[in-house]
Design a binder for this molecule. Sequence first.
Ligand code: NAG
Ligand code: NAG
Ligand code: NAG
Ligand code: NAG
Length: 584
Amino acid sequence: MRVNRILCSHCVLFLLLLCLKFINGQYQASPHIIVFMVDDLGWNDVGFHGSNQIPTPNIDALAYNGIILNRHYVQPSCTPTRAAFFSGKYPLRMGMQGQGIMGGETRGLPLGVRLLPEYLRDYGYSTRLVGKWHLGFHTRLHTPLNRGFDSFFGYYNSYISYYDYRYSQGNMSGFDLHRGDSPAHGTPNQYVTELLTNEALKIIDNHDVNHPLYLQLNHLGVHAPLEKSSRTSNYNDDKFEHIADKSRKTYAEMVVEIDESLGQIVSALGDRGMLKNSIILFMTDNGAPTIGKFRNWGSNWPLRGTKYTLYEGGLRGVAAIWSPRLQRPAKVSNNLMHVTDWLPTLFSAAGGNVQELGEIDGIDHWQHLSNDEKAPRHKILLNIDEVSKTEAAINKRYKLVRGVYQQGYYDSYYGDSGKDFYIGEYNYTLVHRSSVATAISAHLGDPMTQPSVMTHLREEATVLCNNLLHRSSRSRSPCENDTECLFDIVNDPCEERNVAKQYPKEMRELDLMLLSYGNLLVHQPKKTIIDWSADPKRRNDTWEPWLHPSYFEDQYGYNKAEAITVSMFIYYVVFVISHFYALI
Ligand SMILES: *[C@@H]1O[C@H](CO)[C@@H](O)[C@H](O)[C@H]1NC(C)=O
Ligand SMILES: *[C@@H]1O[C@H](CO)[C@@H](O)[C@H](O)[C@H]1NC(C)=O
Ligand SMILES: *[C@@H]1O[C@H](CO)[C@@H](O)[C@H](O)[C@H]1NC(C)=O
Ligand SMILES: *[C@@H]1O[C@H](CO)[C@@H](O)[C@H](O)[C@H]1NC(C)=O
């Protein structure tokens, strides 16, 4: 009897080991996931959307060899997009639908929400964040190391200066660069795009390639303030002769830095033998703020509107995905995608079962992207912001926009077309010789960047609207007065014609959709409340969490004590069950 019992407990142990071995085997098959997120990059600021103005050979090479996501929708500004990306939920479910978090606000992504790095960590991933966070840091519990990342090197606020890494809010100003949860004092004053790239390269170099890596590189570039790198400035001044506006010239140089960063990352993945087992997602968090607040001189031409708006210029974000796991690459996808889709899509690519993700708004596109299966998404809730009183949604080809943000200040056409005759030709040789194309051909065989293929893809990914009005920043939106517009975004991607009267049924459908999502809305604070006790002066001139976690109870119902009780309970159940088995 006793022998039997011992034998059986060995059985259990053996089974457990077998399980572990199996799971471990699965881990090894999981792809490395690299998310390369750019800040405030305009639709028309990459070569593959048809502009000849700023050469982006590395970005273009990645796009032409992967899938150009031509209808990839994001949120109108940084915090909401990042909240949606990490959680797979529409921001209005979390009170994150409004403006970005300002320094000193006691606001963050609710702690009860589980994030992409937490899910991937369960599947054996090393999870690393380099660069921007911007999802709250008033308590330590809100910072990246407590939200699923194994390591963090970057900044908490919406932006920092490019050389001395400082952020200001009202009369508060301080250093905002951190390693883990400590200030990274003593970091040499290197141009931040280079600094963050070097950090990402170190992570790739030191990574144990037998385990899957999830590296999220959230660049500061090309967010304001306009600061260029001293490394390339002389060389670039000649390169951008064709750009008249001095600020736009600086912006172009900043974009080139980002392009080179991508080239270095992809080369490094190749050198470590990781490229053949990687998924690389390139995306912007929202459209460019061509004018107004945090202006960076980016261009969303010919799309209407800028960052902050619900027009295509704000929401139709530049994006492309590359991976050897894509069975049919070198194409342009015009299927609808939303930023919430990345949680289930990447989780699914990692071998996860999306049922585990609970109630999310994101839809798994992995089979669609990798095996060219049917596109799963036909509707997108773009946003409902109860404070600015604006809302929008898409159903197939129709988009309903309601309300006007800041008296329509941002709702026109701004930015360069990049098509003026003096700019010259698009240089395919440059794309073919880029670091990205070179790395792909060295490690995976011939890339598809043959000029004829590139020309074709580029044409397909270019939005054309025939109206010269696009050059005018004075052409007002057709819904500035009636404050309700229906656009056929397939035939009218530049949102010039309000077709609400012609399509009452489509109007009603979208109206109902907005109504039903409105019921899920969690209110955001009506007014921005800055807690002046966040002042970096009190913390050695550094932005750091300033509230003790125990003083803080999440307004969305999360309570740390409860979470501990639940995990204790689960532990207890597992303990009892395992002992029960050991006994019989
Ligand atoms: C900063 O400004 C706020 C409000 O404008 C004020 O309450 C606070 O005392 C100021 N702090 C300092 C250090 O001047
Ligand atoms: C394209 O780029 C290559 C490589 O830098 C250069 O040699 C060539 O002159 C460029 N072609 C044109 C038409 O500008
Ligand atoms: C909106 O109303 C203003 C003032 O009445 C008018 O000047 C403008 O043309 C109207 N805009 C549109 C798009 O109808
Ligand atoms: C305070 O900040 C300075 C750099 O500004 C740094 O050299 C110093 O080590 C910091 N002191 C502490 C106690 O962290």
